[in-house]
Design a protein around this ligand. Sequence first.
Ligand code: DHB
Ligand code: FE
Length: 282
Amino acid sequence: MARILGGITTSHIPAVGNAIANKLFDDPYWKPFFDAYPPIHDWLARVKPDVVINIYNDHGLGFFLDKMPTFAIGAAHEYRNEDEGWGIPQLPPFPGDAAFSWHIIEGMVADEFDITSCQELAVDHGFTVPMQLFWPKLGQDPNFPRAIPISANTVQHPIPTLHRALEFGRSLRKAILSWPRDIRVVVLGTGGLSHQLDGQRAGFINTAFDKYCMEKIVSAPDELTRISRMELVEKAGAQGTEFLMWLMMRGALGEKVNLLTQNYHVPISNTGAGTMLLECAD
Ligand code: DHB
Ligand code: FE
């Protein structure tokens, strides 16, 4: 039976992709951010997941405003990265696990989640930057897992509610655990925390709210579902809606988790950057 080992969160700021390309790990601006990752590398080297489910939000590469799925799951044998215009070096394709994807999609649709299945999907910085942060050698790493991308709409309103995001994760958990093969799975929740890239509040960051979210997501995620979508935009900024990905990830981990490591650093580019490693305790 498939097992869920834990979940990891990180912001996915495109400037991080360029900092990685330029090896700025010890640069004074970047060091407090990159220092969060070695403990996570150690954990991943120890638990050796076979599959990573990367819950991210596409920003206009895989989907655009003309067609915007609320919840989309990759069902491809590989996922290619393309030039998005941020100047980040393009990465080689990521190997997928189409059979496992279809099992998840079938399970979740039977559980009454309406999913867009994607047999072809280009993945953007929301997917690639976390993969680089957690597996710095990418495909050269002998333990590099197969990837399944899951994207939710945080771009074009109406976006899903926080309650729906957490329930999505719980349904995803049931689908994963019903896969009969003996594989080990980690789930990523990427994006966030507070940021707003444009408009009158460009540059808005809310450290107090970010810290509240990081605290509650460990032991009281249901409390966070009382936040309305309007309130989320108000408190976290227009792009802070990416916190939905963290709730989707959290739902997949079961009721009890142990917090193994966390980091919060502000700002990186325009964003409150949060990193957490949660191990499943159920
Ligand atoms: C930034 C953050 C994001 O989440 C994103 O998708 C693009 C840019 C930023 O802070 O620069
Ligand atoms: Fe983003």
